[in-house]
Design a binder for this molecule. Sequence first.
Ligand code: NAD
Length: 257
Amino acid sequence: MGLMEGKNVAIFGVANKRSIAWGIAQALQREGAKLAFSYQNERMGDAVKKLVADLPEEPFLAPCDVTVEGDIEKFFAALGEHWDGLDGIVHSIAFAKRDELGGNFRDTSWDGYALAQQVSSWSLIGLVKGGMPMMEGRNASVVCLSYYGAEKVVTNYNVMGVAKAALESSTRYLANDVGPSGVRVNAISAGPIKTVSAMGVGDFGTLLDSMAQKAPLRRNVDQMDVGNTAAFLLSPLANGITGQTIYVDAGYSILGV
Ligand SMILES: NC(=O)c1ccc[n+]([C@@H]2O[C@H](COP(=O)([O-])OP(=O)(O)OC[C@H]3O[C@@H](n4cnc5c(N)ncnc54)[C@H](O)[C@@H]3O)[C@@H](O)[C@H]2O)c1
């Protein structure tokens, strides 16, 4: 029997087969979870619909752009018609304008800062609030995706580093807020992985090379490394873990000089 048998999980952030959220979806599906997916808008929805068509069971699918007022509420209202309850949320969403992901950090614009925070950090709060009525009392678990640039300066990561710092902090505040209702909230700090979002970070190839050369495991991580850890955090095996940032980075974050 799979770790996630009988569990309902909503996944936000699949764009294509390279998305980290797709690695998580595959691990959850293997472990027996029932899945629901959001897609950002109709334009991006076609690719997601094609991708999930290969899953053994047809999943629930609905749009949700976290910058559009009311979209999160609409998503959960529709999901509530489909499922009685929710056992997990995967938040694998981030965005910053390309010109904010390079150059001088002091040139960060307010618009760019606010947008990165809204999409990449505030949305976790929005999704937890939206999903709470369906998660209460079910031992549910929420997982979001962060990166080392939250805590150390990573060249070009700039405004996204600040958004990830807020995301990790929100993980702790949310964990304390919803813990009494039996809901856990954790972040995975993943090593660099080649995805559409990651390619927006200036000189991303250098990050990949440096990690593969220096990390204790001397390799990069991939979507399934992250997916397997997410499945663990969403499963009852992790029932005692909340408010944490767990590193899936081949050990890179332990290094000093
Ligand atoms: N790829 C990496 O190197 C890496 C490393 C650590 C953490 N992460 C994080 O993993 C998560 C997933 O990113 P990915 O690398 O799989 O890239 P991706 O481009 O495949 O996924 C990003 C997702 O965010 C969604 N999104 C963007 N704006 C949105 C909005 N307004 N409303 C709803 N959804 C929106 C996109 O539709 C897409 O599905 C992000 O939080 C990212 O910061 C990525």
